[in-house]
Ligand binder design. Structure first.
Ligand code: ADP
Ligand code: ASP
Ligand code: MG
Length: 418
């Protein structure tokens, strides 16, 4: 008998009927294992709560917003536990504040710092199925917090890590992790396995199937993750350490994100320390920067372009203009119609030529590359937003991702992966 954590996302618990389907899956698993269930709010619920808060103001008080948002998941766990108990199966819900899922106090984007596990082990010992709301936590001083959109994944993985679970199943509305978003590219193929590092890049570059923070936890504590369908009982995708991987693809995924904007600062004096001054000011304003490009200088002046979260574009421009006396730029431009397309693959570590192939494929479609950034296992290009979907399809084709074998692997014992 092992300990399994099963997380179900919003669509999976989207109606009372779907909660019954979840109850079937959980009951079957509980015959052989101890089970902790982590649930999201029913689909649309979190959005609708945010909408309601915005009826009064576009910037609701973050503390109160968190009190409101925890309601969605609380409703799911209570309904689910009622459903299980009505079937004669022992189940008990515990809120984040009861288990003591401790977080930082950054309301609406808090980070888990500790899980105290109050009552969970005892409940499991009593043969109960433990039911936990995803997405919510509590600060040292007892304030309710939430973990950012998609945060239930992180709750599940953090609990699996804290209680040393044998596996963490992420049940969702697709059959696993695909070569790209299957809702955009119908030719996308399900991957049988993927490394933590690849998944980390995929998640942070736009594949919302797992929240990035959850993958960081999984990697750090070596929690084997199985992303799979709630609606079809088939093998999904295993997220594992590199050494346990079945097959390394040169490129295993394509993502795009439209949540960034580009800032171009033109005509700054090309002196030592100008980049430091610029990014210090931007950083002090609390704006994070991603891709950076500095042009070759001409006439002792230089241009620097960089990307920021789209919601921070105005703030970035304002702070730079405020420091015109130091930065001495001639002009500043903002563009929020950009998209970042990325190709990700562990095999890039040992294969060259991926970047050239990517650039060629985009050029063939007349898609201009505005900025480029790379890491050991990814290449990202900033392009005009209107070409996002086209670029995803072209790159998916160019790297032959629609042709990779649907390598169904036999997984008899999840413990094989530990
Ligand atoms: P849940 O509510 O179960 O947490 P999410 O909506 O957060 O589900 O994440 C699942 C969605 O992620 C899918 O419906 C799909 O549209 C999207 N997605 C984006 N990229 C990928 C990818 N590479 N593989 C699988 N799904 C992806
Ligand atoms: N309910 C939250 C959201 O919609 C958390 C989650 O579903 O993971 O973002
Ligand atoms: Mg999600």
């Amino acid at each position: 008998m092992g300990l399994h954590v099963l997380k179900f996302g919003g669509t999976s618990v989207g109606s009372l009927k779907r909660l019954e389907n979840v109850a079937d899956i959980v009951s079957a698993r509980a015959k052989e294992h101890q089970v902790i269930v982590v649930l999201s709010a029913m689909s649309g619920e979190t959005d609708s709560l945010i909408e309601q808060a915005k009826h009064f103001t576009q910037v609701p008080n973050p503390r109160e917003l968190d009190v409101l948002l925890t309601v969605g998941e609380q409703k799911s766990v209570a309904l689910f536990s009622i459903c299980m108990l009505a079937r004669g199966i022992k189940a008990k819900s515990f809120l984040g504040s009861q288990i003591q899922i401790k977080t930082s106090n950054d309301h609406t984007k808090a980070r888990i710092t500790e899980i105290a596990d109050h009552g969970v082990r005892a409940s499991l010992k009593r043969g109960e199925i433990v039911v936990v709301p995803g997405f919510q936590g509590v600060t040292e001083t007892g304030e309710l917090t939430t973990l950012g959109r998609g945060g239930s994944d992180t709750t599940a993985v953090a609990i699996a890590a804290a209680l040393k679970a044998d596996v963490c199943d992420i049940y969702t509305d697709v059959e696993g992790v695909y070569t790209t978003d299957p809702n955009i590219e119908p030719k996308a193929k399900k991957l049988s396995s993927i490394t933590y590092d690849e998944m980390l890049e995929l998640a942070s570059l736009g594949a919302k199937v797992l929240q990035t923070r959850s993958v960081e936890f999984a990697k750090k504590y070596k929690v084997p993750l199985h992303v799979r369908s709630t609606f079809k009982d088939v093998q999904g995708t295993w997220v594992l350490e590199e050494s346990k991987l079945m097959e390394a693809l040169v490129v295993s995924g394509i993502t795009y994100t439209k949540n960034e904007a580009k800032v171009v600062v033109e005509g700054m004096p090309d002196r030592v320390g100008i980049a430091a001054d610029l990014f210090m000011k931007v950083g002090e304003a609390g704006v994070g920067v991603d891709v950076i490009v500095q042009n070759v200088s001409k006439d002792q002046t230089t241009d620097i372009s960089f990307t920021v979260p789209r919601s921070d574009l105005r703030k970035a421009i304002e702070v730079i203009d405020k420091h015109k006396d130091v930065l001495k730029h001639k002009q500043i431009r903002g563009d929020d119609r950009i998209s970042k397309i990325s190709v990700i693959g562990n095999g890039m570590r040992s294969h060259s030529g991926v970047a050239a192939r990517m650039f060629q494929a985009l050029a063939k479609e007349n898609i201009n590359i505005q900025m480029i950034s790379t890491s050991e296992i990814k290449i990202s290009c900033v392009i005009d937003e209107k070409y996002s979907e086209l670029a995803v399809r072209v790159l998916h084709d160019c790297f032959g991702l629609d042709k990779i074998g649907n390598q169904e692997i036999e997984i008899k014992e999840v413990n094989d992966f530990r």
